[in-house]
Design a protein around this ligand. Sequence first.
Ligand code: HEC
Ligand code: HEC
Length: 214
Amino acid sequence: MRSIILTAILSVICTPLLALDQKTDSRSAIKKELAKPVVRGGIVFKSYCAMCHGERGDGLARAAKLHGVTNLAIKPNSQKYYDKIIRKGGAAVGRSEFMPLWEEELSEEQINDVVSYLMVVGDAMYRGEVVFKTNCILCHGLKGNGKGRASVLYDPPPADLTHSDKNDQYKRMIITYGGEAMGRSPAMPIWGEELSKQEIEDVITYISTLLVKD
Ligand code: HEC
Ligand code: HEC
């Protein structure tokens, strides 16, 4: 619950920041378009779907047991299929009626966003991008260069992840246990309680794509 509230608060803070930062993002136009709905879709998913499907759509949630269904994992499928089952509910596509219909509860935008999110959750790099943009950009910046909007508040400043000389094991440790445990600034938060092991692996995969060689 705490992480849902935190994600919701962060999303309110980050959405306008993302819009600002995105003007200077160097990646392709298509990816820029895709990134925002996916990030928003991840927030919709955590708020409305995770209680049954699990935080990562892997079906490992407590409510799944209540419905007597043991596996609520969302399998890779077409955009059309996701769109239909989400709008019309499970019964409409010959699946369990415990999958609610969402077209009355969610806005058009929320439905499109959560479909975009489901299209990318099968990909570790994209999953990591969602984790990064939801939790890290305020300090490390959209490009990971350490120049996020809140970076001025910290001394030492948030690390420039585009020029990090640390290996994955070190990153895993500092992300999981926080800066202080590693003899660094306590301003680098402890993420081991907020993020799952999988999310931490995914964000490590993503930040490795931000490295700039020069
Ligand atoms: C009350 C529990 C519950 C909630 C909340 C819920 N679902 Fe479902 N969902 C189910 C059940 C049950 C199924 C059907 C499983 C089956 O028949 O095999 C399902 C099936 C699905 C499927 C098809 C999975 C597949 O691999 O065929 C998708 C996609 C899906 N849900 C997306 C969502 C999204 C997106 C949300 C949030 C907006 C959501 N669900 C919220 C219970 C839920
Ligand atoms: C509140 C600000 C803040 C947030 C949010 C934050 N960090 Fe940090 N992070 C820092 C600071 C400050 C440092 C540098 C600490 C130092 O140099 O003593 C740091 C350092 C790091 C380092 C070490 C890099 C290196 O090369 O030494 C990694 C990796 C890192 N952060 C990853 C993340 C990830 C991933 C997230 C999101 C899940 C995140 N951080 C969120 C402030 C933050």
